[in-house]
Design a protein around this ligand. Sequence first.
Ligand code: AVI
Length: 294
Amino acid sequence: MFYDDAGFRLFERITTLPEYYPCRTERQLLEEHAENIVMSACGSARRLRIVELGAGSACKTHILLAAALRQGIEVIYMPLDVSADALETACESIAEAFPPVRVLPQVVNYVSAPPQLSPFIGPTLALYLGSSIGNFKPCESRTILRNLGTQLKADDSFLLGTDLVKEESTLIAAYDDSQGVTAAFNLNILMRLNRELGSNFDVNAFRHSVRWNADESRIEMHLQSIRRQVVEIPLAELELHLDKDETIHTENSYKFDDDALRTLLSQTSFRWELMWKDPQQWYALTLSRKAAYA
Ligand code: AVI
């Protein structure tokens, strides 16, 4: 529900906000460690298939593609995404920046079904960046990674980007920025519901609310009703009765620590190999290998 055209534009703005550190921190980590990541994934092979879940516009992937080409490695890049438009943009920019890279996009919902990868002779490096995994409940994250694992060979690599648990005030600020961009991103859902499901949400009768749920290790975004109200959503055949201060829970963004990451990877057939964090330990890139079993 977040990512209609307006939502995409607002999310792009979020990624540039001073308070929203995940995106720029991940980019810095990729810039610092791209050579190492590619070398670890490739071993002695001279060709590499890079498969990216939720590739979107794939702008950070450019860093890895450039590192592979610098090392003289032949690259096949498979971006997977639900959005055909995002994939088209990704393919155009990669074709322009890296003519030798063969790009094989796949429009697929990797959450509801395993992506179908054709057999490949040589190593595959799977990517799941942007801490997108954090927007899924733990059981859903496990399903996504298990599904991915079914498509990889033993010892293929998997690079996962995750936001880490940190001081609450830093986390809250990242989701409740001073310019109100994240608030607009959250409230945009109501405009979308009004437009697409014929609902009558009064956008001014809700406010953006962010909570750190320590028990679940997640940031929660809510839309809080500023008064008692009734909202109709005709196409969903729903009538919502909201009390003053009652909230609509719109998003979870799970934050990880080393233990949670180790557990997630080992439960989903991956063997942890290397981890890189920024100096503040706010964000992690974890490189793991597909285990031979399962
Ligand atoms: C896309 N995803 C990883 C973002 C996050 O940080 O959970 C979505 C987001 N929601 C509000 N700000 C950013």
